[in-house]
Design a protein around this ligand. Structure first.
Ligand code: SF4
Length: 377
């Protein structure tokens, strides 16, 4: 287990320790459209609220019909797992994220809270100005809360730290483009998730170390290379099942994967506009890819660039953004003769049931592969 994986596993302990060390405040957020840079510039640590399966006696009553990940976000607040969070913030995104935010505030009214409207029509002419004005309001609200409104120098520092983090994570993803990639899909996903729950400056130091170590590893045995598409995930359980079957997830189209690490903030004098543009132009989720439909082309480019032999589509039960976008993904994959397996996931991933479908996919792919028989096409 690398150090970042260990932090992900013990993320609540890490956050409590960070608070003790720095005396800073912690702000929980739900969605990758949250412009973390602005909060970080104010000296606040943004921590992504991630589901983690545990006993749940509450959410059936309060969030019936919501996807499991969001229900568990509320559950963890009710259990006290996030007792270190000083506030929570929601952005305009999936309605179940908003429901988790709203319901958590009913349970925990003492939390500071804010809502950032990130335009759904990211391509609209007015969206950039709307986004900028939302960030300006958020900056002022943070100033009232913490006593110090972040200025240009603070924003520059945050932009540098966040861009560096995305660049390092992209380097890790680049290593997975080659046969015999030195890093498994589960280790890569754990690492990306760890960066979402910790101080990015600290994460960057650990990432530098990890990259150096990873790049000197011997190549892994070549195997079936898979792409993972679908609803956001909160652990690498699925990647581990794939690995137990002798295959590897080498690339994803997930909000918490490539959706988090692709595209940097391009610096400009108007820092808030620069940050806003990054979130309006990043690879869009199934929910926000709604005007120019860039997602199909992007998925195809990922398949080609990372040489994926097949695709797993994993959708959370009750995930409406991916439920409605899945037809487009199916059409794309069928048109291009890419083998795929679709399934719905719920609270846990039962091994036998999940492995059976993936094994069938691997068995469909393998006979057509010359690479694994040592023959170049
Ligand atoms: S996008 Fe899907 S998985 Fe994510 S919160 Fe919304 S419904 Fe749940």
């Amino acid at each position: 287990m690398n150090k970042l994986q260990d932090i992900l596993e013990h993320r609540h302990e890490y956050a409590r320790d960070w608070k003790k060390r720095t005396g800073g405040r912690i702000l929980g957020f739900y969605d990758v459209y949250f412009p973390e840079e602005v909060a970080y510039a104010a000296g606040v640590l943004p921590v992504r609220i991630l589901a983690k399966h545990s006993e749940d006696f509450l959410t059936d009553r309060l969030m019936y019909g919501n996807c499991y990940c969001t229900r568990d976000m509320l559950n963890q607040f009710a259990r006290g797992d996030y007792d270190y969070a000083d506030g929570i913030v929601s952005v305009e995104s999936c309605q179940w994220h908003y429901n988790a935010f709203d319901t958590t505030l009913i349970e925990k009214p003492e939390l500071w809270s804010h809502y950032v409207f990130t335009p759904d029509y990211t391509d609209a002419r007015t969206s950039k100005n709307v986004m900028r004005s939302e960030l300006d309001l958020f900056r002022r609200k943070l100033g009232e809360w913490t006593g110090k409104e972040p200025g240009d120098e603070d924003l520059d520092r945050a932009i540098d730290v966040y861009n560096r983090n995305r660049q390092l994570l992209r380097r890790l993803y680049e290593l997975r483009k080659f046969d015999g990639t030195p890093i498994s899909g589960s280790e890569a996903m754990d690492t990306v998730l760890a960066c979402q729950v910790m101080d990015k400056a600290e994460a960057n130091e650990l990432l530098e170390e990890l990259l150096e170590e990873t790049e000197s590893r011997p190549p892994r045995e070549d195997c079936v290379r898979l792409m993972l598409i679908g609803s956001e995930t909160y652990d690498a359980a699925l990647e581990r099942i794939v690995e137990s079957l002798g295959a590897n997830v080498v690339i994803d189209d997930l909000d918490n994967g490539t959706g988090y690490i692709m595209r940097d903030v391009t610096p400009q004098r108007d820092r808030l506009m620069a940050i806003g543009m990054r979130y309006l132009l990043k690879p869009h989720s199934a929910l926000k890819d709604n005007v120019w439909r860039r997602r199909p082309q992007r998925i195809w480019e990922f398949i080609e660039d990372w040489q994926a032999d097949g695709v797993i589509i994993a959708k959370q039960i009750y995930c409406h953004p991916h439920g409605s976008d899945m037809y487009m993904v199916w059409n794309l994959l069928r048109e291009r003769n890419v083998a795929f397996h679709t399934f719905e996931r719920d609270t846990t991933l039962p091994y036998e049931e999940t492995a059976l479908g993936i094994e069938a996919l691997i068995n469909i792919i393998k006979p057509g592969m010359t690479r694994l028989r040592g023959q170049e096409v």
